[in-house]
Design a binder for this molecule. Structure first.
Ligand code: FE2
Ligand code: FE2
Length: 124
């Protein structure tokens, strides 16, 4: 099984945000495939860090953008980002405990795509 990734239907008509969203699902995909191949932690850890960095960077950038356009549901949107960061933290803990949490990674990927469709689309 492989994970769904960004495609044109997920476009929010904002080039920077679209590229960020593509990057995130791509990073999750790399990590997922690499875990499937059975790579050890030395190889997986930089991929985990890269994935987390891509998310943190994007959420910050998106929030700055929403503030700039005086987005009316900013607090609701930001709250969702905060919940997602908590899930990522759980994933990171599970990984640190020597697990290769495929199911969690798959859920994070689903969350990203669902968030784009249901929440990010509103600022389109
Ligand atoms: Fe968002
Ligand atoms: Fe986003």
């Amino acid at each position: 099984m492989s994970l769904n990734s960004w495609s044109e239907q997920f476009s929010v008509n904002h080039n920077v945000m679209d590229v960020d969203h593509q990057r995130i699902t791509q990073r999750i995909g790399y990590l997922y495939e690499s875990m499937k191949t059975g790579h050890d932690k030395n190889i997986l850890l930089p991929l985990v860090n890269d994935f987390i960095h891509s998310v943190e960077h994007h959420l910050f950038r998106e929030e700055q953008y929403l503030k700039k356009i005086n987005y009316q549901d900013f607090d609701i949107h930001k709250h969702q980002h905060t919940l997602f960061l908590a899930k990522i933290n759980e994933f990171q803990c599970s990984f640190a405990q020597e697990n290769q949490p495929f199911a969690m990674l798959s859920l994070l990927n689903d969350w990203v795509l669902k968030h784009i469709v249901e929440t990010d689309m509103k600022y389109k």
